[in-house]
Design a binder for this molecule. Structure first.
Ligand SMILES: Cc1cc2nc3c(=O)[nH]c(=O)nc-3n(C[C@H](O)[C@H](O)[C@H](O)COP(=O)(O)OP(=O)(O)OC[C@H]3O[C@@H](n4cnc5c(N)ncnc54)[C@H](O)[C@@H]3O)c2cc1C
Length: 455
């Protein structure tokens, strides 16, 4: 192996994550090669050969860095001289409080900046095997090519790489009405009290169930993209498709009312029960079990708020089913984003189980810095947990439930509580401000410590 091979950072995939990772590592003085398969090999969603192409919406979502977790992630990436944020700001379009981007000039300018960087080379072509030595980051995104997907699967095991996400909606625990819902596992199963109370149950009467089924059938649904459907129907049917198969299907499936006693009304036998399961170690998020769906977002909020106990629910994320290649990061990656079985390979971007342009670029930023620090021999700890970057990386590399792991957007449910602040809706504004103040100061300290090492 040549010295050049050992010291160069190779990045597979020049999307949001790969482009940002390359920029960060190159700015730290490391030689970087980006391996990008487009335009030689196409995906069903990309249209151009540019790096960092936005494949669908042109929004980076909220730019509010005081009251919104994705806005905070923008702030952190700007503070770290992020390329994706700099070019998004340069090509910003008017969109109220959101950061909308003029997509083609944005992608062109990211490509030009990387091409012009003295430490970056772009090689066009598909990588089909896992590299056995050297420093690598795999940032091939939701549409990772088939051969590389197969190589990753051969290394990680078939059940550790998914080709679809089937996301059930995720609710903030604090917004669930516990005068209606109760904690209980079916048939009180479990060795410990915690396991016997692992689920949160929302009961329905017959009338409520019938109205719910009507609403599911009538709701607006999203169509699959062309090329998206192959192989998806294995065990992750959208709830509305289950309802279409028969009005009772859900009552004999995820909404079956058996093995449960309503602690608020022990003599009332519920006609159906919606169950929610804890989604993170902090216990701040719950997912609605078996409720993956292709309903449009507006319809989902309306329909799910018909569930008793969820009338005032706030959603950390709504449900969906997409073509999406992602690994089971909680079991496969260490806190430096390295594959435990092959530490010369890091993963970054959507393939790690984050979701969205901004989150993917953020994971690229972190992986690029961690990889470059390793090459340069300067120890760098991963992002502090109380930053948006840290909350996200801690979630995917440990905090999330590995068994039910599905891609995640950044949201305040991933943040550790700030002591002494009021819970519930009324305290929300102060709480979010406290989260973002704490995050900014921790993020700046993490960046400053690196500058001191460089100096
Ligand atoms: C249909 C669709 C719609 C979406 N809509 C939205 C949206 O509206 N908003 C949003 O925030 N997110 C959306 N996403 C998710 C979005 O694509 C990602 O969040 C973001 O682009 C992920 O960044 P990434 O760098 O991880 O992957 P990408 O940006 O996809 O970049 C991965 C790159 O790797 C390349 N590649 C793949 N395999 C190989 C290989 N073997 N060798 C070399 N190169 C390879 C690809 O060509 C690509 O350029 C959508 C995804 C899809 C599939």
């Amino acid at each position: 192996m040549s010295a050049c091979m050992t010291q160069t950072l190779h990045i597979i995939g020049g999307g949001m994550a790969g482009s940002e990772a390359a920029w960060q590592a190159a700015n730290m003085g490391v030689q970087v090669v980006i391996h990008e398969m487009r335009p030689k090999v196409e995906t069903f969603a990309h249209r151009t050969g540019h790096l960092a192409e936005m494949v669908c919406s042109n929004s980076f979502r909220s730019d509010d860095d005081e009251q919104n977790a994705v806005g905070l992630l923008h702030w952190e990436m700007r503070a770290a001289d992020g390329l994706i944020m700099a070019k998004a700001d340069e090509h910003r379009l008017p969109a109220g409080g959101a950061l909308a981007v003029d997509r083609d000039p944005f992608a062109e300018s990211v490509t030009e900046a990387l091409m012009a960087h003295p430490n970056v080379t772009v090689e066009y072509g598909e990588i089909t095997e896992l590299p056995s030595d050297g420093h690598w980051i795999i940032a091939t995104g939701p549409l990772t090519s088939t051969s590389l997907g197969a190589a990753i699967q051969a290394e990680t095991g078939a059940d550790r790489l998914a080709f679809f996400d089937a996301i059930a909606p995720i609710v903030y625990a604090e917004s669930i009405d516990m005068d209606v819902a109760w904690l209980q596992s079916r048939y009180d199963k479990g060795e410990t009290e915690e396991e016997r109370k692992a689920y949160l149950n929302c009961p329905m009467t017959k009338d409520q169930y019938e109205a719910f089924i009507d609403a599911l059938l009538a709701a607006d649904k999203t169509e699959f993209h062309e090329g998206e459907t192959a192989g998806y129907f294995d065990g992750c049917l959208p709830i509305e498709v289950m309802a279409e198969r028969g009005r009772e299907t859900l009552r004999f499936g995820p909404m079956k009312p058996v093995g449960l006693t309503n602690v608020h009304k022990p003599d009332d036998k519920p006609y159906a029960v919606v169950q929610l399961r804890r989604d993170n170690a902090l216990g701040t998020l719950y997912n609605i079990v078996g409720f993956q769906t292709k309903m449009k977002y507006g319809a989902q909020s309306e329909v799910f708020k018909m569930i008793p106990g969820l009338e005032n629910a706030s959603f950390a994320r709504l449900g969906g089913i997409h073509r999406n290649t992602f690994i089971n990061s909680p079991t496969l990656l260490d806190d430096q984003m390295r594959l435990k079985s092959r530490p010369n390979i890091r993963f970054a971007g959507q393939v790690t189980g984050v979701e969205g342009y901004v989150e993917s670029a953020a994971m690229g930023l972190l992986a690029g810095r961690l990889a470059a620090a390793e090459i340069l021999g300067t120890a760098l700890e991963t992002a502090p947990q109380n930053t948006a970057m840290g909350a996200l990386v801690h979630h995917i590399t440990g905090g999330a439930e590995a068994k039910t792991f599905q891609p995640m957007n950044v949201n305040f449910g991933l943040f550790q509580p700030v002591d002494g602040l009021k819970g519930g809706r009324r305290g929300r504004k102060d709480r979010y401000k406290a989260y973002t103040d704490r995050a900014k100061s921790d993020w700046q300290a993490w960046l400053d410590a690196q500058t001191k090492v460089d100096a």
